[in-house]
Design a protein around this ligand. Structure first.
Ligand code: BG6
Ligand code: MG
Length: 251
């Protein structure tokens, strides 16, 4: 049945505005449907996570002649620029002045933004463009819940700026991931209850944030994301039916 089509009940025509939820075949559950999808950006929409850590590595080499180990990458994933720098300075057992801290964070960002110069729609991770288009077609609301202050620029370069109904501003939330704030802000901006949303994440901190927000969490990555409601190895394994099923099973 199509949206807005008349339904005959006892020979009287009743026009039912079928919501995307009803249309998705969960009619019997009356309203119990996923209504919004909140995306992390780096490592979920685009493969920019590696550029972040490469920029940190360069900064540390240039300033402290030290090499960051691979294990530190996960600890900076999903975590704000400032919190990432704290993790790195802790690892190096260094203390710096507030001015030096701000200068280091700014320099890392410049190096990172330089690597984004050639970013284009071809850099959207496998399966994500189709997934976004399937969600939009079903009438779901889409929000961005990224810790990155570069989110809007990146979405623009990827040609995805118009696909999102809301972009939560990480500069305006009290606490970064693993706190739930950015996911709660994205759901509020979409006018949705947290329980009606799923969050998609590739980081340990991000999955923890989604869980703390009371949403169904979809982890994209390895065993480190075992705390996700459902886990997929890669973005190419994601599909709208699989995510809807994950929401139904874990809500
Ligand atoms: C997250 C990345 O998406 O954004 C982190 O996973 C990064 O590695 C954080 O530190 C903040 O990004 P930005 O672009 O504001 O420095
Ligand atoms: Mg990420």
């Amino acid at each position: 049945m199509a949206v807005g089509q008349a339904l005959l009940l006892n020979e009287e025509a009743v026009v039912i505005q079928l919501t995307p939820c009803l249309k998705r075949g969960v009619t019997l559950m009356f309203g119990f449907c996923m209504k919004g999808v909140l995306f992390d950006l780096d490592g979920v929409i685009a493969d920019t996570a590696v550029f972040h850590f490469a920029a940190w590595r360069k900064l540390v080499r240039d300033h402290f002649q030290a090499e960051l180990p691979d294990e530190l990458e996960e600890k900076t994933k999903g975590v704000s620029r400032e919190d990432s720098l704290k993790v790195i300075l802790d690892y190096l057992q260094l203390t710096v002045s507030d001015e030096e801290f701000a200068a280091l964070a700014a320099e890392k960002n410049e190096a990172y933004v330089d690597t984004l110069e050639d970013l284009k729609p071809a850099h959207i991770l496998p399966g994500i463009a189709d997934l976004i288009s399937d969600f939009k077609q079903a009438g779901l609301k889409l929000g961005l819940a990224s810790a990155s202050k570069n989110g809007p620029i990146i979405l623009d370069k990827l040609g995805l700026a118009d696909a999102f109904d809301a972009i939560a501003d990480p500069a305006k939330v009290a606490q970064g991931k693993p706190a739930p704030d950015i996911f709660l802000a994205a759901a509020a901006a979409l006018n949705l209850q947290p329980a009606d949303c799923v969050g998609l994440e590739d980081s340990v901190a991000g999955v923890t944030a989604i869980n703390a927000a009371g949403m169904v969490s979809i982890g994209i990555g390895g065993a480190e994301l075992a705390h996700a409601s459902e886990r997929f190895e890669s973005t190419s394994d994601l599909s709208y039916p699989a995510i809807e099923a994950a929401w139904q099973a874990n809500r």
